[in-house]
Design a protein around this ligand. Structure first.
Ligand SMILES: [Ca+2]
Length: 89
């Protein structure tokens, strides 16, 4: 039986949030000032909430991932593709 994908999706959201934050500041190469900007970006309430949600229940992800059904797999794939497109933009 499916255990759902809540924790898996939250972990994915966090991974893409980190990737997006790094990309937005490093896309033009690394400057020392980027460190401060990345830290500032990581301290926004939205980012902190994503970190909290992503880390909480992280131990459930492997149990969820082992029980993903077709529809859940499609939902995760759709989400991942949309996020990858944003990263590539
Ligand atoms: Ca979570």
């Amino acid at each position: 039986m499916s255990k759902g994908i809540k924790e898996t999706k939250e972990a994915l959201v966090l991974g893409f949030a980190i990737a997006g934050l790094l990309k937005s500041h490093l896309v033009d190469g690394f400057q020392p000032a980027d460190v401060l900007k990345i830290v500032e970006g990581a301290l926004t309430p939205e980012f902190v909430a994503q970190v909290k949600a992503g880390v909480e229940g992280l131990n459930e992800v492997s149990a969820e991932a082992g029980n993903i059904d077709l529809f859940e797999g499609l939902e995760l794939a759709k989400f991942a593709i949309a996020e990858l497109k944003k990263l590539a933009a």
